[in-house]
Design a protein around this ligand. Structure first.
Ligand code: UDP
Length: 234
């Protein structure tokens, strides 16, 4: 398998073509951004840790029957994945009130939701990923109804699997973001699952072990990622 030109550079990753039109290489950078890229920085070895954490979580999900884009981790910073036509809808799952949900409802962070909540955001950097609902998705033709039904089913199932996995490692899965895409007529989970895209709180102390340490200038950012990596990749 040969690495070819960069196809796309995002905030945290670069996608490279390969000599196989069905597969691409996902390269994990140390760059960190927040608040729609208004805040920029870097987290030492974040790319290495997110690649390792994502590998474990994609393998776990595949084992549990969730179709993902993951093929194999190639090296410290690169993962071989199936090429997706990304559906421009970010799917957020929530178990505990935090972040934008706390703000929207004027509720304190930390209260458990009585049942998981699934939300949709339109994937658009210039617009700052506005929240949308299934009617917008249908009217704008972002995805078909059957695709969204499948994505919702997968989203809740992924939440159950990951919540249990993190719980066993002393971590509360507060909320997280997923992206899906089309590959040879099938919906696959794409992107990455890591402390950039999940809120992870230590059980008991409720210490934040995720990108909120960077967003909110809480310090010990690298240490938090290392701690998640240690518990997930053990
Ligand atoms: N999230 C993400 N990318 C985004 C927006 C959110 O990975 O562009 C994740 C975020 O890390 C959190 C969850 O989705 O785990 C919910 O984020 P929220 O809506 O609370 O927004 P935020 O507070 O991050 O602005």
């Amino acid at each position: 398998m040969q690495k070819r030109d960069a196809l796309y550079e995002g905030k945290a990753k670069i996608l490279y073509a390969t000599d196989d039109p069905n597969q691409v290489i996902q390269y994990f950078k140390d760059d960190a951004t927040a608040f729609n890229a208004q805040k920029k920085g870097s987290i030492d070895d974040k790319g290495v840790m997110n690649n390792a954490i994502s590998e474990v979580l994609f393998q776990l999900l595949e084992k549990e029957g969730i179709p993902t884009h993951f093929v194999e981790r190639l090296n410290e910073r690169e993962m071989l994945v199936r090429k997706l036509e990304i559906i421009p809808v970010e799917v957020v799952l929530r178990n505990v009130i935090a972040g934008s949900l706390a703000k929207r409802f004027g509720l304190p962070e930390g209260e458990a939701l009585s049942r998981p909540v699934l939300e949709h955001y339109y994937k658009s950097d210039p617009l700052g990923d506005p929240m949308i609902n299934e009617f917008h998705i249908r009217a704008l033709g972002l995805a078909r109804d059957d695709e969204m039904k499948e994505i919702e089913k997968l989203g809740f199932r992924i939440n159950d699997i990951l919540k249990e996995f993190f719980d066993q490692r002393g971590i509360i899965l507060v909320d997280f973001k997923l992206e899906f895409g089309r590959h040879q007529g099938k919906i696959l989970l794409g992107d990455e699952i890591c402390p950039d895209t999940c809120r992870l709180w230590e059980k008991g102390s409720l210490e934040k072990l995720d990108k909120d340490r960077f967003r909110r200038d809480l310090g010990k950012v690298e240490e938090a990622y290392q701690e998640v990596c240690r518990r997930v990749c053990a």
